[in-house]
Design a protein around this ligand. Structure first.
Ligand code: 5GP
Ligand code: MN
Length: 326
């Protein structure tokens, strides 16, 4: 069922105990949106629990509220009347929190993925929003919650990360107006920039150093891919979050239209990230493999041997480029 945001604001006004959550392998928009809505609900006097299926990556732990996040199944022990799901396009991406969908709770889903499914009682999906944080910003206004500097920092982080620092094509004049409003409310832009981009753990660069030699290009130069195995991460004592962002190096090569990153998540199981530059709809490309996301950034999970998965996905990417006419 499609709902308007006002209806979701109404649900929240009537609620008492709310659990706010997002997707597995959380990104800045997911963490920022969950923290912002959790803090906003607390200001309304609600009992708000913030939870994610996976731990908050170290990168985002500077955000207010994140120290209180529950991780994985620990959140299942609580008693709630409302379940807010943010930035999560399909129920599978709720991971360990998915059983909450089976409970007698009012479930609201707020998202901006084109591939999003209406799996909740109330679904507000706006693919024109650059980030889920933009929708949470509107929800705060509907709830009459004052945007504190802390809430502003969370929402700004969601927008800045999902727009690639206002560089991707989802960035509009409206995105900048929203960011301006958050800066007026006290979002510490310079500090957020330092936290996100100038404080990388050394492990992140060590992973980059080890992954760059795996960069391969098709003979036509339009598709580039890289791979990360568990063994490599273990040998560097690095975590999954240290892999985030590396795919941008593959996309940044002149002539490349589609970039792929094959990340081993468990033996024989690979998370594949897709990025495109100008023409290819990678949401559709990832959907061919059971995944989804956005037009320029998407993902899926596949099982098999790495070389054969690479052959299949690279061939599909070449085909998508051909069909797009790019
Ligand atoms: P990333 O490559 O940064 O993990 O994900 C890029 C985008 O694709 C994100 O918006 C994310 O929500 C989506 N995405 C990543 N992996 C999957 C997946 O396995 N299934 C679906 N449906 N979407 C995914
Ligand atoms: Mn998002």
């Amino acid at each position: 069922m499609k709902s308007d945001l006002q209806a979701i604001a109404g649900v929240l006004q009537r609620s008492r105990k709310v659990i706010v959550s997002g997707h597995i392998m959380p990104d800045g928009d997911c963490v920022g949106s969950v923290a912002a809505l959790g803090l906003a609900l607390a200001r309304l006097g609600k009992e708000a629990t913030m939870a994610l299926p996976d731990p908050v990556p170290e990168l985002f732990r500077f955000l207010p509220g994140t120290a209180d996040f529950l991780t994985g199944e620990t959140a299942l022990g609580g008693d709630y009347d409302t379940f807010m799901v943010l930035d999560c396009s399909v129920p599978e991406r709720l991971g360990a929190l998915r059983p909450l969908l089976e409970r007698r709770l009012t479930v609201c889903n707020i998202d901006h993925h084109v591939s999003s499914h209406s799996f909740a009682h109330y679904n507000y999906i706006d693919p024109r929003a650059a980030a889920t944080a933009e929708i949470v910003q509107d929800l705060c206004a509907l709830l009459g919650v004052e945007i504190t500097p802390g809430i502003a920092a969370c929402l700004y982080t969601g927008i800045v990360t999902d727009t690639g620092s206002f560089q991707y094509e989802n960035t509009t004049p409206e995105t900048h107006r929203r960011a301006a409003a958050l800066i007026e409310r006290g979002a510490p832009v310079h500090e957020i920039n330092i936290q996100l981009y100038e404080q990388k753990p050394l492990a992140h660069l060590r992973v980059l150093e080890a992954v760059l030699p795996t960069l391969s290009l098709t003979p036509c130069g339009r598709v580039a891919w890289m791979s990360v195995t568990r063994r490599l991460l273990e040998s560097l004592e690095a975590r999954d979050e240290h892999v985030n962002g590396l795919i941008n190096y593959a996309r940044s090569v002149r002539g490349v239209e589609v970039a792929l990153l094959f990340r081993e998540i468990s033996p024989g199981r690979y998370k594949i990230s897709f990025r495109s530059k100008e023409a290819v709809d990678v949401n559709r490309l990832a959907a061919r493999f059971g995944g989804g996301g956005h037009v320029r950034a998407a993902g899926c999970v596949l099982e098999g041997e790495l070389p054969s998965l690479q052959t299949q996905v690279v061939a599909a990417a070449l085909e998508a480029i051909r069909v797009s006419g790019a």
